[in-house]
Write a protein that binds this ligand. Structure first.
Ligand code: NAD
Ligand code: TYD
Length: 339
């Protein structure tokens, strides 16, 4: 298959492209606008690979999308998005633009130049906080942040194109991913890299919020299965079944890096912070036979090791555009004065 992967220079997209090129004979075109989160170094080893092509561009660019699709594309997998909840609180508009209108543009382009599969990458956050039990695919959408609302909007739009125009859309709703190449503004890589630099770990509220963690390579295996065997018009939850509080995750990181828990700094809670996410992933298990391979603690140790071994990668990332974010919002969230 010839696959258009959007947002392939980000965290999950780059892991997915690596998997596809290592384990299948599919061809990949990677369309990415290279926002602060997109990094060509994430796929440096693929330069010159005849099965891989990178195009710098925005998923909102209709002419570009139509040009790519008109050359013949079998499948689209849409990872491209603004993905950080904290930033969506600071700047909701850019989330609507990329996550909703960007997806809309791809769907619309597929009406002119049909594909066999349109796989939209969504999130467990669309179900909102889930105090007890597990959220299955039939649960109502109840997003709390501009990020999750923009993703929920895109999901609804995807299904409208399936029902109205017969587009072969499938949605994968992933739980929190972690692993190599994650931008160090998200909980796990932020805390690992801060601990390595003996900087404070800013834990929101009481730190007892629960997330369901999945190792990124497991999530990518699930996406490959959905791409090859999933049914159009269906939603598949992809969770790791690893529900941990943020404090538990933080303690493992500190223990592994032999740092004191005095590095933990409890700070004001995130506005609209969802207390708990937990996915019911039985559908993908039953229908497609998917189960994550890695236990959470093993995956976390692998991840800690990766960041220890790739200091240059994250030090460069942390010194780029991220620095502005760090100097502004991030220092503010730590209760530090602006420099
Ligand atoms: P990321 O922020 O690391 O990467 C996003 C990528 O998309 C970047 O390379 C960026 O340059 C690109 N991009 C952003 N806007 C674009 C646009 N308008 N046009 C073209 N490219 C654009 O994100 P991620 O963590 O890899 O997440 C990928 C997808 O998975 C997102 O759709 C996100 O909502 C979803 N998701 C992520 C998680 C998670 O834990 N990371 C969990 C559930 C769902
Ligand atoms: P995050 O990695 O931003 O993912 P999401 O908000 O999409 O789940 O955050 C994971 C959890 O960690 C979430 O409950 C918020 C919390 N968190 C902190 O306590 N401190 C931080 O600095 C960050 C980035 C997150």
């Amino acid at each position: 298959m010839k696959i258009l992967v959007t947002g392939g220079c980000g965290f999950i997209g780059s892991n997915f492209i690596r998997l596809i090129l290592n384990e299948t004979s599919h061809q990949v075109i990677n369309l990415d606008s290279l926002t602060y989160a997109g990094n060509l170094e994430n796929l440096k080893e693929l330069e010159g690979n005849p099965h891989y092509q990178f195009l710098k561009g925005d998923i909102r660019d209709q002419k570009l999308a139509e040009k790519i699709l008109s050359a013949g594309i079998d499948a689209i997998i849409n990872f491209a998005a603004e993905s950080h909840v904290d930033r969506s609180i600071l700047d909701p508009q850019s989330f609507l633009q990329s996550n909703y209108f960007g997806c809309a543009n791809l769907l619309e382009s597929c009406r002119k130049f049909p594909v066999k599969i349109f796989l939209q990458i969504s999130t467990d956050e669309v179900y909102g906080p889930f105090p007890k039990g597990l959220a299955d695919e039939g649960c109502r959408l109840n997003p709390s942040s501009p990020y999750s609302a923009s993703k929920a909007g895109a999901d609804l739009l995807c299904f409208s194109y399936h029902k109205t125009f017969g587009l072969p859309v499938t949605i994968a709703r992933l739980s929190n991913n972690y692993g190599p190449y994650q931008f160090p503004e998200k909980l796990i890589p932020l805390f690992i890299t801060n601990a390595l630099e003996d900087q404070p770990l800013p834990l929101y509220g009481d730190g007892l919020q629960v997330r369901d963690w999945i190792f990124v390579e497991d999530a990518c295996q699930a996406l490959l299965l959905i791409l090859e065997e999933g049914r159009a018009g269906e939603i598949y939850n992809v969770g790791g079944g690893n529900q941990r509080t943020n404090l538990e995750v933080t303690r493992i990181i500190l223990q592994e890096l032999k740092r004191s828990k005095r590095l933990i700094k409890y700070i004001q809670d995130r506005p609209g912070h969802d207390r708990r996410y937990a996915l019911d992933s039985n559908k993908i298990k039953k229908e497609l036979g998917f189960a994550p391979a890695l236990k959470f603690e093993d995956g976390l140790l692998l991840t800690v090791k990766w960041y220890q071994d790739h200091k240059k990668w994250w030090q460069k990332v942390k010194s780029g555009e991220y620095r502005l974010y760090y100097e502004g919002f991030y220092r503010q969230k730590l209760g530090l004065k602006k420099k």
